[in-house]
Design a protein around this ligand. Structure first.
Ligand code: HEC
Ligand code: HEC
Length: 324
């Protein structure tokens, strides 16, 4: 606990004095006080770097004022403040940035730098190729619980009508986020996975069968290592101007989201959290904690029966199992 207190004091100093911010050595990239991991904030740094954005379109004087540049900047603002900037599609209190840390520019925290050129890509959940815009729509309707307004409706016609209000690949918010992600991918090869992609997975030989995971053990670990910032109720504690997104309940991601899968969530937790000592959990601990978090209630994604129509339901998609 003492360690934690000092870390918070450090954070407060960092925030108030701006002492931690480096000077500028180029139009796009402020000089960091540590070596970047390629284009990314290194996974080994702590919450002290939570505010660092290696490539920030708001500070890039070369970006200019073209309509595209305006959209790149708005896409960035949506990414870091989704509930306010894209309110009509966001029924959770999640920002994209809560899971894709440092505006998608942190190592082993689901980074999105250089990924635009990988789309269209085959997606097993959809059973077809998906575009970058499709992928963004998916994170809106699932991770942001964009379908939240339909949650309590049992009337199928209501569901179909309200569906028009859901984000689509041509919604202006989706296109703005796509513009930000394309800007982040400038100069990276098309069709080639960047080295930092897909590194939030627990190795296959370390996975514990889902029915052997111990949610009680996970709860104990959560109480010990996570509640200082996430709260005993999982809804997030204010730290300076930051607040983690709710880990469960109606304001969290819904049960059709990638993060509602036990192993996917464990992979986020294993490498990105706890924020003052990321990487300190074991593979087993991360999975027990993920089992605890995915045992909690959350918003219902109403189109689950359309997912995995041409594939088997992944073993860790626990909310789907309950349904079928
Ligand atoms: C609750 C956590 C969470 C939130 C919030 C979230 N995402 Fe994601 N996102 C994920 C996960 C997990 C994946 C990995 C894919 C999977 O396994 O489903 C992902 C994948 C992606 C990808 C594909 C990356 C790649 O390498 O293929 C993009 C693009 C993306 N998200 C954009 C967004 C945007 C834009 C938002 C906000 C509107 C957002 N995400 C909000 C968890 C989240
Ligand atoms: C020192 C504070 C701190 C600690 C300790 C901490 N977290 Fe976090 N966590 C955060 C913050 C802040 C974010 C949001 C990141 C951002 O927006 O920069 C976050 C994000 C997350 C996310 C992404 C989804 C969301 O709801 O925001 C998960 C999952 C998560 N933490 C799990 C954990 C778990 C599990 C532990 C304990 C093993 C833990 N965290 C410990 C501060 C912390």
């Amino acid at each position: 606990m003492k360690y934690l207190k000092y870390a918070f004091v450090g954070l407060a100093l960092c925030l108030s004095a701006q002492a931690c911010r480096g000077g500028n050595d180029g139009p796009r990239r402020p000089k960091a006080r540590y070596a970047l991991a390629g284009p990314l904030v290194p996974a080994a740094t702590t919450m002290v770097t939570a505010w660092d954005i290696p490539d920030n379109p708001l500070n890039d004087s070369t970006l200019g004022n073209s309509p595209l540049s305006e959209q790149v900047r708005w896409g960035y603002r949506i990414f870091v403040d989704t509930p306010r900037q894209a309110a009509r599609f966001t029924h959770s209190r999640m920002s994209c940035n809560n899971c894709h840390l440092n505006a998608g520019q942190r190592e082993r925290s689901l980074p999105v730098v250089g990924v635009a050129g990988l789309f269209p890509e085959y997606n097993a959940r959809a059973g077809r190729l998906i575009s970058l815009a499709d992928r963004i729509v998916d994170c809106f309707i699932r991770s942001e619980n964009g379908t939240g307004s339909l949650e309590d409706s049992d009337d199928p016609s209501a569901v179909e009508n309200v569906r028009d209000l859901l984000p689509s690949p041509t919604s202006k918010e989706v296109l703005a986020v796509a513009a930000y992600l394309a800007w982040l991918s400038k100069g990276y090869p098309v069709g080639q996975n960047p080295a930092w992609r897909g590194r939030n997975a627990i190795p296959a030989d370390r996975l514990i069968p889902v029915d052997k995971l111990d949610g009680h053990k996970g709860e104990g670990l959560f109480t010990e290592k996570c509640t200082s910032c996430h709260g005993a109720d999982g809804q997030g504690v204010q730290i300076g101007d930051k607040k983690a997104g709710p880990l469960w309940g109606p304001d969290s991601w819904n049960d059709g989201a990638g993060a509602a899968r036990v192993y996917t969530l464990a992979g986020i937790i294993r490498y990105a959290m706890p924020y003052l000592d990321p990487g300190s959990l074991t593979d087993d601990e991360a999975q027990h904690i993920a089992a605890f978090i995915t045992s909690k209630p959350r918003g219902r994604y109403p189109f689950k029966e359309k997912d995995y129509a041409s594939a088997s339901i992944p073993v860790d998609a626990v909310y789907y199992k309950a349904q079928r």
